[in-house]
Every structure is written in structure tokens, then in C-alpha cells.
Design a protein around this ligand. Structure first.
Ligand SMILES: Nc1ncnc2c1ncn2[C@@H]1O[C@H](COP(=O)(O)OP(=O)(O)OP(=O)(O)O)[C@@H](O)[C@H]1O
Ligand code: SF4
Ligand SMILES: [Mg+2]
Length: 376
């Protein structure tokens, strides 16, 4: 497809290693109210003291069980939820304090792609209005988006960018398939020329055959427009496919962050090890022992003391239930090469994994990639 002149990509970022987003000790709590006067009787600690960075131009994947706070974290970055504490810096400035024109400009620079391509598009609006609405809200004298013809041209341009026909702008959401609707959602986000996109389970509601098309489109668009993504998914294979780095979330905390290859080959947190043990290996020769976590995820309104994972941790059990796990909240620490882990006994994980947990996988991978437990 020929790219319209107005959509020419910006030059490659020279400082790709620099952080675009810096999250520092971020907390987002929801009040629990009860009684006739709706008194606050507690708090759901959906995001609880989270710190990490997203580099310019990267795809940062976020995984974790349902209810661990992934959506709340993304919505807080977008300023759609009010943070209880902490900072989110974008190019050094705390965006949580933005007001007025700064906030309006931020709403353009940070966009979202939703999980549900049906629910996220207004069924009563044609595509031209669905995409044009955001352009109108961000119209300035410079971009000229207040003009209907300019908005319609841009809408058509971006429909083509996502692989749809310009004349689809006249149609309504029900006239499209699920994959096409998600393409419209992507066009709506990108038409505003964002730098950072929060993609919240963007392929979870789609057929498997369509998922890879949308993932490939998102990867291409990242290159074309120098985008940075925060990409949330349940499916670890999807996250592995698209991400440069991955954060693993458990009950409001990020427990592990690493480069994607490092994390999948050398998980250092017992929770990550358990999540990965549940991913089927495409190689039928690989025998994989699944680690089943005991019990339910505790309530974020009453998280366990110390390490939040201690009520379900297989490693703690193996180590004879050390008191430190239930008494002290483990701070994230660097295990080398930017691999951050919040576990008091992370050094024991590799030994444990190698000796018994997912032995079949380790053995087969070792032949291809060298010893998995090197440096353990
Ligand atoms: N508006 C709200 N008011 C009160 N509690 C909320 C609100 N939104 C989310 N929560 C709670 O915050 C916690 C985190 O929810 P969140 O939706 O961020 O999780 P998630 O990781 O995105 O889950 P999923 O994978 O199911 O989408 C959950 O316990 C949820 O019930
Ligand atoms: S700190 Fe203890 S309970 Fe927490 S993950 Fe590590 S071993 Fe498990
Ligand atoms: Mg969610």
C-alpha cells in the first residue's frame, strides 16, 4: 500500500534506550463503601507500589492472572483512573499532575486499544464519526481537524493504514467482522498521532486465525510510526511474540521484569515459573511438568502480609516455609542485565526449576541454547 504523504513516519528515534514512561511507586486504590451513607470501609489495592520503565519504541508486555491490576495500571497511566500515590513521568514530567492544555495534549499523545472491538465502538455512529470524534476533540489551528473535509481525509488515510478501504468510513460497526472492528479501533487510536499506546488485551476476543493478523499489523505500525506499546494479555505466547520486555504482575505488584527471551528462558520468580509451566510447548517431544498453584488468588482488598505470593508459593514450601516470606515484602532487585525480581529467594529458583520442576523443557532447551541455569 502506498503511504499517504501526511502519514510519513517520523525519523527513527536516536535514543531508543531512553525511557518514555517512568512509573514510580504508583498506587491506585479503589474505595470499598458500605452502609446508607456509603462510608469507606476499606480499599481494593488494585495497583500497589509499582515501579518500572517503558523505553522509547519498545513493546512492554504485561501478564498476570485476572484481577491482578493490569487494566487499572494502564488506565492510571492514561489518566482514566486517579492515582492514590506515586508518579508517572513521560519524558521526565509527571503526567499525573497535568492540567488544562498539558492534559489535553497528553490525551492525544497516549491512546488506548480496547479488548472488546464490539463494545468499544458506538453502534449508532458511522466509522467516519467514530474516528472523527477524537480528531474534533483535539482540533487546533495547526492540524485543521475542526474542518470536516480534513477529518474525513485523515479518517480515510488511517483506514487504509490498517488495511481497510477508505469508503468503509460510511459504514456502521455491525457491518464489520471482529477483526475489522479491531482494525477500526486501531485506526481511531493512531489517527491522533500518539507516541504511546496502551493495548488492553487487543486480541483476546478474536478468533485465533485473526489474532496473528492483528498482532502483525500492530508490529508493523509500531515500526512505521515509532510507537511505544504497553501490551496486556493473558496469553503468554501472544506476549512472547510481540514484546521486547515483559512485566509479570501478581496481586497489584510487578514481581518480575526482563527482556522477553531472558524471562521465558530463565524465569526467576516462582510465580513466573508457574505461569510458564502452564504454556503448552509446540514440540511434542518436550515433556513438561505443570506446576499447579494451590488456592485462589487472595483478595486485593486484604492482600497477604510480606510477599503477596507466599500463600501459594511452591518455592517457599520447598524451602521449609521461611518466615521472611510472610514477614517482609521483597523489594525488586536486579539479578543482572536489567532482570528485576521481587523474591527473597530468587537465586534458589533456577536450581529448583532445573532439578525438578520443568525438567523436560529445560533438558530439551539446553541442547539448543546452552545451560539454562548458568550463573544460578
Ligand atoms: N472501578 C473499580 N472499583 C472497584 N474495584 C475495581 C474497579 N476496577 C477494578 N477493580 C478491582 O481492582 C482489581 C484489579 O482489576 P483490573 O481490572 O485492573 O485487573 P486485570 O488484571 O485487568 O484483570 P483482567 O485480566 O480480568 O482484565 C480487581 O480486584 C478488580 O475487581
Ligand atoms: S519471597 Fe518467598 S513467598 Fe515470595 S516468591 Fe519468593 S520464595 Fe515465594
Ligand atoms: Mg483487564
Amino acid at each position: 500500500m502506498t503511504q499517504p504523504a501526511s502519514l510519513a513516519p517520523s525519523p527513527a528515534a536516536p535514543d531508543a534506550e531512553l525511557p518514555l514512561i517512568e512509573v514510580e511507586h504508583l498506587k491506585t486504590y479503589y474505595p470499598i463503601r458500605a452502609g446508607i451513607i456509603r462510608r469507606t470501609v476499606g480499599q481494593v489495592k488494585a495497583v500497589d507500589d509499582v515501579s518500572f520503565q517503558i523505553r522509547k519504541g519498545e513493546v512492554f508486555g504485561l501478564v498476570g492472572e485476572s484481577g491482578c491490576g493490569k487494566t487499572t495500571l494502564g488506565r492510571t497511566l492514561l489518566r482514566l483512573e486517579k492515582a492514590t500515590a506515586g508518579q508517572v513521568k513521560m519524558e521526565g514530567r509527571n503526567i499525573l499532575a497535568f492540567k488544562g492544555d498539558d492534559l489535553k495534549a497528553l490525551r492525544r499523545r497516549i491512546q488506548v486499544i480496547f479488548q472488546d472491538p464490539v463494545g468499544s465502538l458506538n453502534p449508532r455512529m458511522p466509522v467516519s464519526d467514530i474516528i472523527g470524534e477524537g480528531l474534533m476533540a483535539q482540533a487546533t489551528a495547526e492540524n485543521g481537524w475542526a474542518d470536516r473535509t480534513a477529518r474525513d481525509k485523515r479518517t480515510g488515510d488511517y483506514l487504509e493504514v490498517v488495511g481497510l478501504r477508505r469508503d468503509y468510513a460510511r459504514r456502521y460497526p455491525h457491518e464489520f467482522s471482529g477483526g475489522q472492528r479491531q482494525r477500526i479501533g486501531i485506526a481511531r487510536a493512531l489517527a491522533l498521532d500518539p507516541e504511546f499506546v496502551f493495548a488492553d488485551e487487543p486480541v483476546s476476543a478474536l478468533d485465533v486465525s485473526i489474532q496473528s493478523q492483528i498482532l502483525n499489523l500492530m508490529s508493523d505500525l509500531r515500526e512505521q510510526f515509532n510507537l511505544t506499546y504497553l501490551f496486556v494479555a493473558h496469553n503468554l505466547s501472544v506476549v512472547q511474540y510481540i514484546s521486547d520486555r515483559v512485566g509479570v504482575m501478581y496481586l497489584g505488584k510487578i514481581v518480575e521484569v526482563a527482556d522477553v527471551a531472558d524471562l521465558y528462558a530463565h524465569p526467576r520468580h516462582p510465580y513466573t515459573v508457574a505461569l510458564l509451566s502452564a504454556v503448552p510447548d509446540p514440540d511434542p517431544r518436550v515433556r513438561k511438568k505443570r506446576l499447579v498453584l494451590h488456592g485462589d488468588v487472595p483478595s486485593p482488598a486484604k492482600p497477604p502480609t510480606g510477599c503477596r505470593f507466599h500463600t501459594r508459593c511452591w518455592l517457599r514450601e520447598q524451602l521449609g516455609n521461611p518466615e521472611q516470606c510472610s514477614a517482609e515484602d521483597p523489594a525488586p532487585r536486579d539479578m543482572g542485565g536489567g532482570h528485576q525480581v521481587a523474591c527473597h529467594f530468587a537465586e534458589q529458583v533456577s536450581k529448583s526449576v532445573a532439578s525438578e520442576t520443568i525438567h523436560g523443557v529445560i533438558a530439551s532447551k539446553t541442547q539448543e541454547t546452552g545451560p539454562v541455569v548458568a550463573g544460578a
